[in-house]
Design a protein around this ligand. Structure first.
Ligand code: ZN
Length: 170
C-alpha cells in the first residue's frame, strides 16, 4: 500500500486554519461535500478559496512543514510496528489458549491414571497379604518341607538359628 501524498490546502473549512496539510483524496471529498451539502449561497466562495497551495513556502513555514512530514512518517512507522506487535500478541494468546486446553486434557488423563494406579497398588497389597498368609499355611509349610526340608518353621523363621542347632548336633 503506497502512502497518500500530502499537499498544502487553503481554507478547507470556513473557520478552519487557513492552511492545512491534507491528502488529495480528503480535498476531493471536501469539495464534493460542499457541492452537495453546503447552502447554495456559500458554495462559490468556499470553492474559490479552497485551493491547493503550490507556491514555495517562506522559511518558517517550510521548516514547520518539513518537521511535520518527518513526525508523520515516524508516526506511521510506529503505527505499523504497533500493529505487528498486536498481531503477535493475538497469535501468542491463541497459542496459549490451545496449550491451556491441552494442559487440562493431560492433567485429567494423569488424574485418571493416578486413580487406576492407586487401585492397582491396593489390589497388589491385598494379593501380597494373601500370598504371605498362604506360604505359612499348613499347605505352605508342607510345600517348604518338600522343596527345602531345612529347620525353618513359622515359629522360628530365622534360618541362621539353624547354625547353632547344627553345631549342637555335631
Ligand atoms: Zn528351608
Amino acid at each position: 500500500m503506497s502512502e497518500p501524498k500530502y499537499v498544502l490546502v487553503a481554507h478547507m473549512g470556513h473557520n478552519a486554519p487557513w492552511l492545512q496539510i491534507q491528502t488529495r483524496m480528503e480535498i476531493k471529498e471536501r469539495i464534493a461535500y460542499i457541492k452537495a451539502h453546503k447552502p447554495k449561497g456559500e458554495r462559490p466562495l468556499r470553492l474559490k478559496l479552497l485551493k491547493i497551495v503550490e507556491e514555495p513556502l517562506p522559511p518558517k513555514l517550510e521548516n514547520a512543514n518539513a518537521a511535520w512530514q518527518k513526525a508523520d512518517a515516524a508516526r506511521k512507522k510506529a503505527y505499523a510496528a504497533r500493529a505487528k506487535a498486536y498481531a503477535a500478541w493475538v497469535k501468542a494468546y491463541a497459542a496459549r489458549q490451545k496449550a491451556n486446553a491441552e494442559l487440562e486434557k493431560v492433567v485429567a488423563a494423569w488424574a485418571r491414571a493416578d486413580t487406576a494406579w492407586k487401585k492397582a497398588d491396593a489390589a497388589r497389597q491385598k494379593a501380597n497379604a494373601a500370598l504371605e498368609k498362604a506360604i505359612v499355611s499348613p499347605e505352605g509349610i508342607a510345600f517348604h518341607q518338600q522343596v527345602c526340608g531345612c529347620a525353618w518353621t513359622p515359629e522360628r523363621p530365622d534360618i541362621l538359628l539353624q547354625i547353632a542347632t547344627q553345631e549342637e548336633k555335631e
